[in-house]
Design a protein around this ligand. Structure first.
Ligand SMILES: Nc1ncnc2c1ncn2[C@@H]1O[C@H](COP(=O)(O)OP(=O)(O)OP(=O)(O)O)[C@@H](O)[C@H]1O
Ligand SMILES: [Mg+2]
Length: 272
């Protein structure tokens, strides 16, 4: 369970460049809950992610993981519990290392007791099993340098790496943004399946309004450092793209060009 208690984050406080990126965010995400987050540029979405990851410390307020105060813990002291996938597919893995070595790094970083048995052949079998789920044939390419992979393959690998660490919290900051629509769909399916399997608290920032509505259990709308709407259950199921955009616009925020309202239908016969 992830808890934020009246969290505030001010950049460059007391200077002329002061930005109040988070202005009192209170939020509880139980284990297994999948939350999507939308909001216009500068609303504070990435700041929220960085704060949970430990990259930023709040100016005030408290961050708890399973009841443990982690507010002041640096990134590496949370890495076992908090996995994060960035928008840039190149950010999550090392290009010159093989797929196997990248997975081994992820395993060693996030090792939990039940994975400690996994050495040598057993470890490789575990890697192959996790990669096979992707349906991309990566399980047959363990020795290939990651730099050879396409963006979609590489982001899928990053997801597998994040899952290997058996995290309590999974943070996805626009992790589909750099992928083409077909690949987005595949990585999104993988994301949903992974979250269900891991049972972790998940926060997915997206600028795709359809994804925000269709995926996950709960949808948060941010504006100027605050949570301005929280949809779940029937309210989320009944939400339309138009109503969601209206929620954002009614806060006085621009609906930016980057926001994808609805995916174009794929042309007939288009391959995936
Ligand atoms: N390191 C920083 N130093 C100063 N200001 C920052 C820093 N990081 C973010 N900000 C500012 O904080 C505010 C929130 O930024 P944040 O990146 O959290 O927004 P966002 O919702 O992720 O936006 P986007 O949709 O563009 O990714 C913005 O005004 C931004 O300019
Ligand atoms: Mg952002």
């Amino acid at each position: 369970m992830l808890t934020l208690d009246d969290v505030r984050l001010t950049y460059n406080g007391g200077t002329s460049a002061e930005v109040r990126a988070l202005r009192g965010v209170t939020l509880t995400i139980p284990a297994g809950e999948f939350v999507t987050v939308v909001g216009s540029n500068g609303a504070g979405k990435s700041s929220l992610i960085k704060l949970v990851a430990g990259e930023e410390r709040p100016t005030s307020g408290r961050v708890e993981l399973d009841g443990r105060d982690v507010t002041r813990l640096p990134v590496h002291r949370r890495a076992r519990d908090v996995a994060r996938v960035f928008d840039d597919p190149r950010a999550g893995s090392l290009p010159e290392l093989s797929i196997e070595d990248n997975l081994a790094l992820a395993l060693s970083r996030g090792q939990r007791r039940r994975l400690r048995f996994a050495v040598g052949g057993e470890r490789r079998a575990l890697m192959r099993e996790r990669l096979a789920v992707l349906g991309l044939g990566l399980e047959r390419r363990l020795a290939d340098p990651v730099g050879l992979l396409s963006a979609g393959q590489r982001q899928s690998l990053t997801m597998v790496m994040a899952g290997l660490r058996d995290p309590r919290v999974l943070l996805l900051d626009e992790h589909l943004a750099a992928l083409d629509p077909g690949t987005q769909r595949r990585v999104l399916e993988l994301t949903t399946a992974m979250v269900r399997r891991l049972g972790c608290a998940t926060v997915m920032v997206t600028h795709n309004m359809e994804h925000a509505i269709d995926v996950g259990d709960r949808l948060l709308v941010m504006s100027r450092g605050e949570l301005i709407a929280d949809f779940s259950g029937e309210r989320k199921a009944a939400l339309s793209v138009e109503a969601l955009v209206e929620t954002i616009a009614s806060a006085g925020d621009a609906v930016s060009d980057r926001m994808v309202l609805r995916e174009e239908a794929a042309p007939a016969g288009a391959g995936r």
